[in-house]
Design a protein around this ligand. Sequence first.
Ligand code: GLY
Length: 416
Amino acid sequence: MRYLVVGSGGREHAIAWRLLHDGSASEVYVAPGNGGIDERFRIQIAVNDFESLYTICKQKNIDIVIIGPEAPLVDGVVDFLQNRGITVFGPTTQAAQLEGSKLFAKYIMQKYNVPTAHFREFKGKESLIGYIESSAVFPVVIKLDGLAAGKGVGVCRERETALQFIHEMVKDNAKVFVEDFCDGEEASVLGISDGTTVLPFIAAQDHKRVYDNDEGPNTGGMGAYAPAPVVTSRILERVHREILQPVILGMKNEGIPFVGILYAGLIIKGNDIKVLEFNVRFGDPETQVLLPLLSGKLGDYITASIDGKLSGINLTFRNKHAITVVLASGGYPGSYTTGLPITGLDLLPEDILVFHAGTKRDGQLLTSGGRVLNITAIADSLEEAYQKVYNAIPRVSFEGMHYRKDIGFRALKKRP
Ligand code: GLY
């Protein structure tokens, strides 16, 4: 089988690696890819250039296209390619509203009794300001409806910060809502769906803040590990029964079947599980720890999803633990320099997996983005994976490189 993976991050490198590694694919092209992808299989097409993606599918005889990031999904890349006879893994533009419109996701959750925080919707900035000025309850969470590259959510501990968020982020006629603040531990549970059946992955945990101990500004994700023990097998079973399956059946009932990866961003406190958000794609960096642990062939699961044949299939994982640590450019998530030489990848132990993100090749390997590399270790225990990954990282270097030293800390601290 020949695949085209669309995207340029660590997630897309991990998907391409997995398809080749488990024998699902004879060839995997990646558009636009990164420095980790063999030049022969890197296609310089932007993720929003649907016409050129279609042309390359025809030229390379692509059997299945896998879409990595949310923006082209929300913009209709699946509809565009499917209408031209190309087989694509991912939701249609309507189904992608589960991520593209946070209000749509709230309506679906409300209608199908999926646990999520209470919310109040506002028509424009003025009524929102009026509400915040008279509210006695803080913290609150203010959410903008559309895609905002992770910047559309304000967790505001007091009135002043809420008003500041509104003034900086909310446009006059914006669709916006306020949600009750939920306390607890976050986790990500992905499910693969064929529109009727959904099979859950093991849980992973992302680390969004830039510095250790969850300090500093938010990033695209500084590392992840799996399985995340906050999601016990009982909780995972409930996430499947109370969240993933009702949403998939609800979407089918609405006449908008969801095919692809449904990612539930959860908050868990004791027995209380709530959905913070849905994404309609593989998570980044969660994919970099989930796919190395997957049993079987990724391509078989994807084909079964596209063909509506997931019922009766077991999605299983190896009894191992994985950690991925993001090596970031100096200054990230603020401004940073690119084009800096990366050294030491050839010195890493053989069993360390390296998924590239912001890298490019120009005679040598250079940085080209904020999140540069995902260094990933697999082991029998999380502790062992932690030791392996952090022993390996100092061999790699580029000017200004920084990374978190505590990926997995919540799970590791819990253990005696
Ligand atoms: N890990 C967060 C995301 O993929 O959106």
